[in-house]
Design a protein around this ligand. Structure first.
Ligand SMILES: Cc1cc2nc3c(=O)[nH]c(=O)nc-3n(C[C@H](O)[C@H](O)[C@H](O)COP(=O)(O)OP(=O)(O)OC[C@H]3O[C@@H](n4cnc5c(N)ncnc54)[C@H](O)[C@@H]3O)c2cc1C
Length: 513
């Protein structure tokens, strides 16, 4: 017997077939260039392409139930819906039908049970900083915004862990634990929510040393698609108890359940932290220095590359005067002696690759100034072309292939019809090619997506991944199939059906159905 979710998919398939969409590979998430109009990957992944076919209208009875339960924390106001129907991707705003502002796990349970009764989509929302169309309501739905669930519940200093509500942001957490001598290292640049970071398996500038959310989430409280509250993991550092549900939910992009609490690893603030910035004659020299640093086993805490175009944008945006050259930002953590030793080794390696003007920053305010400039790179880039949006690649390759991958990307970008830049956490083999497109120019979007496609394929051919940290969302659905294969994606889809039989949790993300 069909579940309600399967019945909905069958209905949509019939609608699509009537409209002439007959490709079957599409349903496994891969591009089907045989579809009418020979659509490109970009067009196939466009949220408007099929949203009218998928859309499930908000039932009056559901709206009434949510309004009665949540009062003014339930909203159908257009401005509120539009705020929740966009992210930092270039996709156009695709608003949900309504938004609930949850303040507790019980609120989330109530909202999920109500939506479940009406087989109505649910989209969890942290702070909306994701980049791949994760939050767009392609099938309509109720957005459950957890940003008001923003309490740090426990700091267990002796166990080097804390438990927070899902809406706590990483900067808020670090501000609240400042006096404990501990810190939480995962840093995706944006001040994202810890629930959202768990949901996207985020990482960032410090991952080369401290790992991603996968390594740093110990346990979760999750409201399942059936409205049950489960606890995954424990406070123990390790466990062999059954399937690892924590890691199943970490990176699930809101498609399996809603995270309401997160238990995280904390680290002692190092005795010494030194930042450094070094400029190189060419991109190849900078990348070679990074590869050698990693291969020598220097435990750098941060190691990010920024190209000359981006440095120019940063100087204009952050009022810095960095030389406009390929640049690597480093940070070293440890005892005073070991941080200094690491820095000296890296300086020597950099010099041997033509690196110059190795600038040190020991004082916290100087370090912050340097890294703030790096963190603002994305917004600085957007100012290169007023009104533009960014198509951003997120490939990650084994470190031995980094030079080929990044130089290949540069050559591909040289054919772009728009300004481009490269920036990335190169110590992990992860970098972002940024194409600054005019969102009103379909031809330009098409070409940018075609170049994006080439860069991704290059990384896949090198044993890499289409996404090191941003996730699949809408934008990379097709690449997931190419990377993991039909059978593996089919297994993922079966896991999704087992946990979310009605297909209500962020439907249309990671895979189509
Ligand atoms: C300038 C800039 C730089 C960035 N740099 C990086 C980077 O270096 N590394 C990196 O990893 N990312 C980066 N990102 C992307 C983004 O910050 C991350 O994806 C972040 O983890 C998203 O968190 P959020 O709170 O904004 O989640 P949202 O954008 O609100 O949601 C993201 C996804 O998670 C789901 N979700 C959110 N909260 C929950 C929850 N409580 N339970 C279940 N599902 C949930 C949503 O449904 C959605 O699918 C960057 C973004 C920007 C704008």
């Amino acid at each position: 017997m069909q579940t309600r979710g399967e019945a909905h998919v069958a209905e949509v398939l019939a609608t699509l077939a009537a409209a002439g969409f007959t490709g079957t590979r599409f349903w496994s998430g891969a591009y089907d260039r045989t579809l009418p109009g020979n659509p490109t990957p970009a067009a196939m992944n466009h949220p408007y392409a099929l949203s009218s076919a998928f859309k499930r209208p908000l039932p009056d009875a559901l709206a009434e139930r949510l309004r009665a339960r949540f009062g003014d924390r339930f909203s159908t106001a257009l401005a509120v819906r539009e705020h929740h129907g966009r992210d930092e991707s270039p996709f156009p705003v695709t608003p949900p039908d309504a938004v609930v502002f949850a303040e507790s796990t019980e609120d989330v349970v109530e909202a999920v049970l109500a939506c479940r009764e009406h087989t109505f989509p649910i989209i969890p929302f942290g702070v909306g900083s994701s980049l791949e169309g994760h939050l767009l309501a392609v099938q309509g739905g109720l957005t459950i915004d957890v940003s008001r669930m923003n309490r740090v519940l426990e700091i267990a200093g002796e166990d080097l862990l804390c438990t927070v509500q899902a809406g706590v942001t990483r900067k808020q957490l670090n501000a609240e634990i400042k006096d404990t001598g501990l810190f939480f290292p995962v840093d995706p640049g944006a001040d994202a929510s810890l629930g959202g970071m768990a949901a996207t398996r985020a990482s960032g500038t410090t991952t080369v040393r401290y790992g991603t959310m996968r390594e740093n989430v110990l346990a979760l409280t999750v409201v399942t698609a059936e409205g049950k509250v489960i606890r995954t993991g424990t406070r123990a550092r390790k466990s062999s108890a059954g399937y690892d549900l924590t890691r199943l939910f970490v990176g699930s992009e809101g498609t399996l359940g809603i995270v309401t609490e997160v238990t995280l690893r904390l680290y002692p603030v190092p005795e010494a932290m030194t930042a450094a910035v070094c400029h190189f004659p060419t991109l190849a020299d900078a990348v070679a220095a990074v590869i050698e640093t990693i291969q020598l086993g220097v435990p750098v805490a941060r190691c990010d590359f920024v190209d000359d175009v981006m440095i120019r944008a940063i100087n204009a945006h952050s009022k810095t005067t960095l030389p406009e050259a390929p640049t690597v930002f480093f940070e070293f953590h440890g005892s005073t002696a070991s941080a200094r030793e690491q820095a000296e080794t890296v300086q020597e390696v950099s010099r041997s690759h033509g690196g110059r003007d190795f600038e040190w920053a020991d004082r916290p305010e100087d370090r912050t100034r340097l890294w703030n400039a790096r963190h603002n790179a994305y917004f600085a880039a957007l100012q290169i072309r007023p009104g533009c949006r960014a198509v951003t690649t997120d490939t990650c390759v084994p470190i031995s292939r980094l030079a080929e991958s990044i130089e290949g990307a540069r050559a591909i970008l040289d054919r772009a019809p728009c300004p481009t830049a490269i920036v990335g956490h190169v110590g992990d083999g992860n970098f972002h090619a940024i194409l600054l497109i005019d969102p009103e120019n379909p031809a330009e979007i098409e070409l940018a997506e075609a170049l994006n496609d080439e860069i991704v394929r290059l990384a896949l051919a090198m044993g890499g991944t289409c996404t090191g940290e941003h996730g699949i969302g809408l934008h990379k659905i097709g690449y997931l199939v190419e990377e993991a294969g039909d059978d593996a994606v089919d297994l993922m889809r079966r896991i999704k059906r087992a946990l979310d039989p009605d297909g209500i949790m962020n439907p249309g993300k990671i895979f189509r159905a």
